[in-house]
Design a protein around this ligand. Structure first.
Ligand code: ADP
Ligand code: MG
Length: 698
């Protein structure tokens, strides 16, 4: 039976009163189809369903009150304000206005009845509401309160809550007639849900317009059964789409590659170290994959410094010997450059060409590089993700290695899948990440990948000692740096993360470098920040790697992947502003050589309790997995997966840490549906991920 195109997939323009300006604003919220409005659930609720006696008001709990204006007077003082005393027989409340005009003031006359909505707080004399919404009403007249909790939606400039409420009302009407929102999942959940859940349609109605008796505490925490039903549906949709995609890719052809390879043997012989047991085990897992004529889809997880690059190189050697090309992608130019240098060091002695693709190349260089890629001879191509996305036509591509995966979103990963198709084959894919991801999270976020873990660091690493120090003790730290330089150690100084402003971030790094230059006139001090040209950054990094620089002042641009083994002291300013995953990545830049390393986490007090807990974790462990678990518990999965803003982990409603208890059900349902019921699978994927796509055949 061909899928019927659900009405909910229709464009929002079908709703009355939606003009081009509204469409544009809705797009900013990722709302295009009518169904998208339904999945744009409220971020919180206000209770305007009843009038609360003033005597029962609680601080910080928004409420509607109604009472008589006793006195209204202007108070002069530090800030002129209008105070309106209201009482209702159960208590007295002061309304405080800092901005008011004459007319407003006259309207708030003694003796009138006022109804208002606002957030009470404890004032010097009585409970107060600052700038409440209000209206003067006729005492005799009974004015209705709201019938449902008032939803508050995330919005964007120019789009009022009233408009969003009107549009969701319309969308809920469409929902009532749309068959795509009732399905077998509701029936399955009657027996398989971890706790009772409403049907999808009822759940949607409920979260947009909760009745007055809704359990508000649960709603506020996303733990209401209706919210759980939606989260489950969304997690299921993602799980199904990733697993189906995996099945599609795995049904394709890939070159079968023998692991016995002369180049690999030589490469490993030439290394100044032997692979660790973990590296060997992981390489065997990978070899078993590529020996088959199906594309490998494997995630290689390993803490910072675990030695993933060498494993990728050993794999690349075998692929090259089998006559195929290898593409290595990094998230930044800096890292691409580092990979290129490593590959050149390892592969040039073997006569295997390493081709760089870079945004900074001259046209002629780039053309030459591209010619290499279209020619038949095997080579190793290294560049950033962006460069590979542009129309680069590879021939005989046997392997794609994607480094530091957590910088790439799931969408990008999926989009990459079809790149590199050559004749009838797809390349094998190895995705490397330094972000240790707890198992449950990995099974959900990477449901399309097999996972290998390097769970052992190379020998002779001395663990990093971490101290947490207030920034008032900065002079001591500077002294310590002077000592370290005298001992020929190298130092990173990381400047604070400044939200949404790489200009300010860069400036703070420039200032810090100036201050340190003044305090340490003998030291050779370098600076890297995000506003510098790539060439400048690279030159500075190279100078640091060559020990022509003692102290490198940097913004968080050095977070990922940079490898300078002689650096053994890291100072991080305003560490309390950073996430655990990020601190762990940063700290991983030291402790790579055989000297004992130190990390100084400087903070600007006072610390919140959350910040204290986070810094304590950093002080107590260097185990990436422990840190990731703690991070998940303290901050939620966005940070663990390396996506900073909520929602960018790709979910609209689900929250992997809050909803972790749903995951076993999600996986079990997915397995069952994929086996038995592809029509339901289509429906579920479509409603969450499909409205934005074109329907190929209706
Ligand atoms: P990451 O997993 O963070 O990408 P790298 O591949 O950059 O780690 O390796 C970190 C450092 O450890 C590099 O200098 C690398 O040469 C070195 N290394 C890798 N494997 C071993 C090993 N088995 N023994 C000793 N050093 C190793
Ligand atoms: Mg690396």
């Amino acid at each position: 039976m061909p899928a019927v195109r659900p009405v909910l997939a229709d464009d929002v323009t079908r709703l009355s009163g939606v003009g081009p300006r509204t469409v544009e604003r809705l797009r900013k919220l990722n709302i295009r189809a009518i169904g998208d409005l339904l999945f744009h659930v409220p971020i919180r609720y206000q209770d305007r369903t009843r009038v609360v006696p003033i005597g029962a008001l609680r601080p910080a709990q928004e409420a509607v009150i109604q009472g008589r204006i006793e006195v209204s007077q202007v108070q002069f003082g530090k800030r002129r304000s209008l105070l309106v005393y209201v009482s209702d027989g159960t208590g007295a409340l002061i309304l405080r206005f800092f901005h008011f005009n004459q007319r407003q003031r006259e309207g708030l006359e003694t003796g009138r009845t006022i109804r208002c909505f606002g957030e009470p707080r404890v004032g010097p004399r009585a409970m107060e509401m600052v700038h409440p919404e209000y209206r003067i009403i006729d005492a005799e007249q009974t004015i209705a309160v709201e019938e449902v909790l008032t939803p508050i939606y995330a919005t964007t400039e120019g789009l009022q809550q009233g408009m969003l409420r009107r549009l969701t009302d319309l969308a809920l009407q469409v929902l009532a007639d749309d068959p795509s929102m009732t399905d077998d999942i509701d029936t399955l959940l009657e027996t398989h849900a971890p706790s009772p859940m409403p049907a999808l349609r009822a759940a949607l109605r409920y979260v947009h317009r909760p009745p007055p008796d809704a359990r508000q505490e649960e709603l506020a925490n996303g733990r209401d059964a209706a919210q759980q039903r939606l989260a489950l549906d969304e997690l299921l949709a993602h799980q199904l789409s990733l697993r189906r995609l995996r099945a599609t890719v795995r049904s394709e052809q890939a070159p079968a590659i023998p692991s016995t390879s002369a180049s690999r043997t030589r490469l490993l012989c030439d290394l100044p170290f032997a692979l660790t047991g973990a590296q060997q085990r992981v390489l065997e897992e990978i070899d078993a994959d590529i020996a088959q004529s199906r594309p490998m889809l494997r995630l290689l997880q390993g803490d910072v410094g675990a030695g993933k690059t060498v494993v990728a190189a050993a794999l690349a050697a075998a692929v090259i010997d089998a006559g195929h090309k290898v593409a290595i992608m990094a998230p930044t130019e800096l890292l691409a450059e580092q990979h290129r240098r490593n590959m050149q060091r390892w592969f040039s002695p073997l006569g295997i060409p390493v081709v760089a693709l870079s945004g900074r190349q001259k046209k002629s260089e780039r053309r030459q590089a591209l010619e290499h890629l279209t020619a038949a001879a095997p080579c190793i191509a290294v560049g950033t993700h962006a460069l590979f996305q542009q129309a680069v036509a590879f021939s005989h591509l046997g392997l794609v290695v994607i480094d530091e995966q957590h910088r790439f979103g799931v969408d990008q990963r999926l989009a990459l899948r079809d790149k590199g198709r050559y004749e009838e084959t797809l390349p094998h894919q190895l995705i490397m990440t330094a972000t240790p991801i707890p198992r449950t999270l990995a099974m959900t976020a990477y449901a399309d990948l097999d996972v290998s873990v390097i769970d052992e660091l190379p020998p002779n690493r001395t663990p990093v000692t971490t101290v947490v120090i207030p920034d008032t003790r900065r002079p001591e730290i500077v002294e310590r740096i002077a000592g370290a330089i005298a001992n020929r150690r190298q130092i990173y100084w990381v400047c604070p993360l400044i939200d949404q402003s790489d200009v300010l971030e860069a400036q703070s790094a420039i200032d810090a470098a100036d201050q340190l230059r003044e305090a340490l006139p003998e030291a050779r001090i370098g600076l890297v920040h995000g506003r510098m040209k790539d060439a400048e950054k690279d030159a500075t990094m190279r100078a640091f790697a060559a020990h022509e620089i003692d102290l490198l002042v940097a913004t968080t641009v050095i977070e990922v992947g940079v490898d300078v083994p002689n650096a053994s002291l890291m100072v991080i300013e305003n560490a309390e502003r950073m996430g655990l995953a990020q601190l762990h990545q940063l700290r991983g830049r030291v402790g790579r050589g055989s000297t004992a390393s130190d990390c100084v986490l400087m903070y600007h007090g006072p610390l919140s309790r959350m910040a204290q807990a986070r810094l304590k974790v950093m002080r107590e462990t260097t185990d990436g997995f422990v840190i990731a678990d703690q991070d998940l518990a303290l901050r939620g999965p966005g940070e663990v997966l390396g996506t900073r803003q909520a929602g960018t982990a790709g979910y609209r409603i689900a929250d992997l840490s809050r909803d972790a208890d749903l995951l076993p059900t999600v996986r079990a349902l997915a397995t069952r549906l994929l086996k038995n019921d592809s029509a339901v699978v289509d429906t579920v994927i479509d409603r969450w991920l499909g409205y934005n796509k074109e329907y190929a055949s209706v």
